[in-house]
Design a protein around this ligand. Structure first.
Ligand SMILES: [Cu+2]
Length: 133
């Protein structure tokens, strides 16, 4: 678990824009169906102008279209969208961030996979690390 955290918590170099810091499910990982897609960004987000769209391998949108900044995070660096139980398969997450720090908008995508059998050894999410950057 610790080694995975070290890999995903890369030191923040001088990157402008609100970029992906870490995510759950993490990019390029396989895990059991998550209740939500949550992305931590390198900069504070504005309350509007952000989005998460999750699509399946056929391109069908599967998230609940409720992406929002998690205001329980005083840093406002977390974007979250709920998803229904996902069937095993490959999924794409396309996120858009709107930085409150420099006003820039960024849209990027990453992939993750759901496999029920992966539930027991899923790694890549390190709640203890949250907020320590
Ligand atoms: Cu920027």
């Amino acid at each position: 678990m610790l080694s995975v955290c070290l890999i995903t918590s890369l030191p923040s170099v001088a990157l402008a824009h609100a970029r992906l810091s870490q995510a759950n499910p993490a990019p390029d990982t396989t895990a059991a169906s998550p209740p939500e897609v949550r992305i931590w960004f390198t900069q504070e987000l504005t309350l509007h102008g952000n989005d998460i769209v999750v699509t399946d391998a056929s391109g069908n949108r599967v998230d609940n279209a409720d992406a929002h900044v998690d205001q329980n995070d005083p840093d406002r660096k977390q974007l979250v969208a709920s998803v229904p139980p996902l069937a095993d398969g490959s999924y794409s997450v396309t996120w858009t961030s709107q930085s409150a720090e420099d006003g820039d908008s960024v849209t990027e995508s990453y992939a993750f996979s759901v496999a029920t059998a992966a539930a027991e050894d899923a790694v890549g999410f390190c709640p203890d690390d949250v907020g320590q950057s």
